[in-house]
Design a protein around this ligand. Structure first.
Ligand code: SME
Length: 168
């Protein structure tokens, strides 16, 4: 079984998934829906200090920052696939959990306060189309429970990815 059952899920994750489903369904458009999802995650989980979505750009070479929420803007608004923890997750298609960002040579520093980070790929048609990136000011803030939860959130975000308009 790829996803936890209701009984295995930590209290609150099921509620959060339902809130995200509703937010996505009720949003006036994909950008607003994705923004609502990052806002919800940030508001519900104290260790999610900065929450953002990167989308793979049409060239397939870079990640481009989409909706985000947190105390500060990041300078890393475009990250080549393969660079940084974000680029590594996009390249491999695997969730990255980094307990101590300062001990990871791949880390692209954004905020002085960040101690740990999780990056969860978003898939569509078996390809990575984006990712959820969350920074925490707590060391080792993320575990497999966060990964499982955020992988379900990622599946709900996939339909919100930017798409080329017809004829473009
Ligand atoms: N730390 C990331 C870059 C993105 S910022 O955290 C928002 C990385 O190493 O790829």
């Amino acid at each position: 079984m790829s996803h936890p059952t209701t009984d295995e899920r930590p209290e609150g994750h099921g509620d959060a998934l339902n809130l995200v489903r509703t937010a996505v369904a009720d949003a006036p458009g994909p950008d607003a829906g994705a923004q609502r999802v990052v806002d919800l995650l940030h508001g519900r989980y104290a260790h999610y200090d900065w929450v953002g979505i990167y989308w793979v750009d049409p060239s397939g070479a870079d990640l481009v920052l989409g909706p985000w929420i947190g105390p500060e803007a990041t300078e890393h608004v475009r990250i080549p696939i393969g660079v940084g923890i974000c680029g590594a997750a996009a390249e491999s298609g695997r969730t990255e959990i980094v307990d101590d960002v300062n001990a990871d040579p791949r880390y692209l520093s954004c905020f002085a306060s960040t101690r740990s980070e999780i990056v969860v790929p978003i898939f569509a048609d078996a390809m990575v189309v984006g990712e959820i990136d969350i920074d925490s000011s707590d060391p080792a803030a993320f575990d497999q429970t966060d990964a499982n939860f955020l992988e379900e959130i990622a599946a709900l975000l996939a339909p919100l990815r930017p798409r080329a308009t017809a004829g473009a």
